[in-house]
Design a protein around this ligand. Structure first.
Ligand code: ZN
Ligand code: ZN
Length: 355
């Protein structure tokens, strides 16, 4: 945690910031270890303060020993006091997280407080999120537990799916299995999309009855100690049709091509093209509407971006999904998704469930 704060502090001079106020729950957890649902981090090169209310002060002390824990009271006096104590002038805030209402409240409190005339709030964007794109050993260990839970659920439940079950029943069996295999929770609403429902990339499991021969797209994830997994498999009960063989092989080929050839130094857009070009060459470019992948960690979607127009450069120790798909209205869809980690020489899949 200490190293994470050090890396964040190293970015403050770029924006000429004296301090930064962290309000994103995932960034708060990443930097401090604090898992409570309310609180702010106030970080300067000299001081690291965790502000939280009486429900959480004891927990915060236990989880974030390197932070000075200060109990908040109604109003914003706790913050204006800290601003005065530290003498900071340019204070960054997370512009993609703080609401306009909170920002205005903060601005008013600073204006009304004597002695804070020189203090200004500076919008920042994605500083901690970019740090989070690189996973350290502790994060990788937690992530692997989440991945293992969803892999094992996929491998256990898929063979038990039968015609006549509803999507909802399959989703529940998957969720129960993930919990049995160590998940604290699920990382997002489980997608089970049978037959034509699979043409909608994010169809949620409903009462649709599964029929033999139709593709079933199952996209799900487990959460362990805050870290999310995300895996998709497409399966068929009984005998698939000709179309399925054809589409499945294109998607699998496109997925393996990206996993096997992505290298550090490619942009997210270039990585996306490794799969997209294969699907387009096969004649289905218009049927692959979403990005190839996304970073995954404390959030199920985070940096880096892996898709058309994603200019970020992929680097070693970044973790992201590779999930090409083809969606055909009236027939269904095929999507295959794995989480990979990028090393110096290429990517390694962290999920192992059979395809
Ligand atoms: Zn997914
Ligand atoms: Zn995904």
């Amino acid at each position: 945690m200490k190293e994470r704060v050090t890396r964040l502090v190293a970015h403050l001079p770029e924006k000429e910031l004296d301090a930064i106020l962290i309000s994103s729950p995932n960034n708060r957890r990443y930097l401090s270890g604090f898992t409570g649902s309310a609180g702010y981090l106030f970080i300067t090169p000299q001081r690291q303060v965790l502000f939280t209310d009486s429900r959480y002060t004891e927990q915060a002390g236990n989880e974030s020993p390197q932070f000075e824990v200060i109990r908040t009271e109604p109003g914003l006096g706790w913050l204006t006091d800290a601003l005065k104590d530290t003498g900071v002038r340019r204070v960054g805030f997370e512009s993609d997280v703080m609401t306009v209402a909170s920002y205005n409240r903060l601005l008013d409190a600073i204006k009304e407080e004597e002695g804070l005339g020189g203090t200004s709030l500076i919008a920042t964007f994605g500083i901690t999120d970019e740090l989070r794109a690189f996973k350290d050993q502790d994060e990788l260990a937690q992530l692997q537990k989440a991945i293992d839970a969803s892999d094992r659920a996929m491998e256990t439940v898929c063979p038990a799916i039968q015609a006549g079950m509803t999507e909802r029943e399959v989703a529940w069996r998957m969720e129960a299995a993930m919990r049995e295999f160590g998940a604290d929770n699920i990382s997002f609403g489980t997608i089970v999309a049978a037959g034509p429902n699979g043409a909608m990339a994010h169809h949620r499991a409903d009462d649709t009855v599964i029929r033999a021969g139709e593709p079933i797209v199952i996209d799900m994830g487990a959460r362990v100690n805050g870290y999310c997994s995300d895996i998709t498999r497409t399966v068929v009960v009984g005998e698939p049709d000709e179309m399925f063989h054809k589409i499945y092989n294109i998607v699998l080929g496109a997925q393996l091509a990206a996993i096997n050839t992505v290298r550090p130094g490619l942009t997210g857009e270039e990585c996306d093209a490794l799969s997209r070009d294969i699907i387009a060459d096969a004649g289905y470019g218009d049927n692959f509407g979403h990005s190839l992948g996304h970073g995954v960690g404390l959030a199920v979607h985070e940096s880096p971006r892996v898709g058309p127009r994603a200019e970020n450069v992929l680097r070693p120790n970044m973790v992201f999904t590779i999930e090409p798909g083809i969606y055909l209205s009236g027939w269904g869809g095929v999507r295959i998704e794995d989480i990979v980690i990028l090393g110096e020489d290429g990517a390694t899949a962290l999920s192992k469930a059979g395809k």
